[in-house]
Design a protein around this ligand. Structure first.
Ligand SMILES: *Cc1c(COP(=O)(O)O)cnc(C)c1O
Length: 396
């Protein structure tokens, strides 16, 4: 048996005709820049993400960049984030001449550790240094501990840009004036950034992304920045870029968006199935594997019917024997991937700034020990059984 990490054909097949019709409509309209399909998608995604405005851009990377530009992040500014994420989280910071300040992750969720965040912010405040922005990442499809993050952001007056590239539709159990509200990823900071890269839960036919915000002035600035800072035509009061999303990307995403909640549910079902199969196989705990922790699951179950507390963009296990297991699964035809093998502070492109001398033990351990397994919605029980069998074969 061969089980791919992701099989986009299974998702495409039932939607193919509808997607073709949507693409044909854009093709025949000859309106290839901006236009009604893009606006429709911006409204739909903003509504889905609990924000007032959506600004379609060319990628998740550009979503982060445009948000930081609109907040005025520039040369020598400091921006807080974690070292255990995809490069794009810090790429925008560096391109603007600003510097990332890393905070280690929580080893259970792989998201920013609020305790360490508090310590870092206090230490910098004591030294008289301010942060221009903060980028918590909702890694693998589960929200960072935003209650704690937002409290610290407010205490120190730092705007929060959520890197929700892997978490569109995921919700966080916020406590608002003593009442629980499940708040969507991207709606909690001043801006939330999504990616429609094909492997994300809402994947396009190439690159695109979106920033959402409920701040009307910030939305206006981001719209202007994505068109070379131009407003009105040929008047440039700021320097932006060409960050637009094509309507040819928006059209198929509009077809897919209504299916997203069902796909999230299928991924959650698959994750739960892995959890029981791995437990039944006696692989959990001890020196073998650690399953992904869905930290809001228990609360979700207690409080109401299943909100999308985790959308499982990735199902990531942890084991000290990661490299051996990976080689074994490669041989056995089980798709897998290491997200991410090199923490950001150890990347060559920032070596000159001395980040390599810093230690972020949990990010470094995660980079050595984690492995993503197939969890896409159309995965069958038989395929999951095969994956678990192969993992068991490795450990015996
Ligand atoms: C995918 C991703 C991005 C970048 O999105 P692109 O659309 O590929 O540019 C940023 N941050 C994280 C955490 C991601 O997973």
């Amino acid at each position: 048996m061969h089980v791919p990490l992701l099989d986009l054909k299974a998702q495409l097949h039932p939607l193919r005709d509808e997607i073709l019709a949507a693409l044909t409509e854009v093709l025949d309209s000859t309106r290839y820049i901006m236009g009604p399909r893009l606006e429709e998608l911006e409204e739909a995604v903003a509504a889905y993400a609990g924000a007032r405005h959506g600004i379609g851009v060319a990628s998740g990377t550009d979503a982060l960049l445009v948000a930081l530009m609109a907040l005025g992040v520039g040369r020598d500014d400091l921006v807080l984030t974690t070292p255990y994420t995809f490069f794009a989280t810090m790429g925008g910071v560096l391109r603007l001449g600003a510097r990332p300040v890393f905070v280690d992750i929580d080893p259970v969720t792989y998201n920013i550790d609020p305790q360490r965040l508090a310590e870092t912010m206090a230490a910098y405040a004591k030294a008289g240094k301010r942060f221009k922005a903060m980028i918590p990442v909702h890694l693998y499809g589960q929200c960072a501990d935003m209650g704690a993050v937002l409290a610290l952001a407010e205490q120190y007056g730092v705007p929060v840009v959520e890197d929700a590239a892997q978490a569109i539709g995921a919700v966080y159990p916020a406590q608002v004036s003593g009442v629980r509200q499940w708040r969507p990823a991207g709606s909690m900071g001043v801006a939330g950034c999504f990616s429609f890269f094909p492997s994300k839960n809402l994947g396009g036919l190439g690159d695109s992304g979106m920033v959402v915000t409920s701040d009307t002035e910030l939305a206006r600035r981001m719209r202007q920045l994505r068109m070379h800072g131009m407003e009105p035509k040929y008047h440039h009061s700021m320097v932006g870029g060409n960050f637009r999303m094509d309507p040819l990307q928006a059209a198929p995403l509009l077809v897919k968006l209504p299916h997203l909640p069902a796909w999230h549910q299928a991924r959650r079902r698959n994750a739960a199935r892995y959890n029981s199969l791995f437990a039944a196989a006696g692989l959990v705990g001890g020196d073998r594997i650690t399953l992904p922790a869905a930290v809001y699951e228990e609360l979700a179950r207690r409080e109401r019917a299943e909100p999308d507390f985790h959308i499982y963009n990735q199902y990531v296990i942890r084991t000290r024997e990661r490299d051996g297991l990976k080689a074994f699964l490669d041989q056995a035809g089980v798709g897998n991937e290491i997200y991410y093998p090199i923490p950001l502070h150890q990347q060559e492109c920032i070596a000159e700034f001395g980040y390599g001398a810093l230690a972020f033990p949990e990010a470094e351990r995660a980079a050595r020990e984690t492995l993503a397994l197939p969890v896409y919605p159309e995965l069958t029980e038989e395929m999951q059984q095969y994956v678990v069998d192969r993992v068991r074969a490795y450990f015996s």
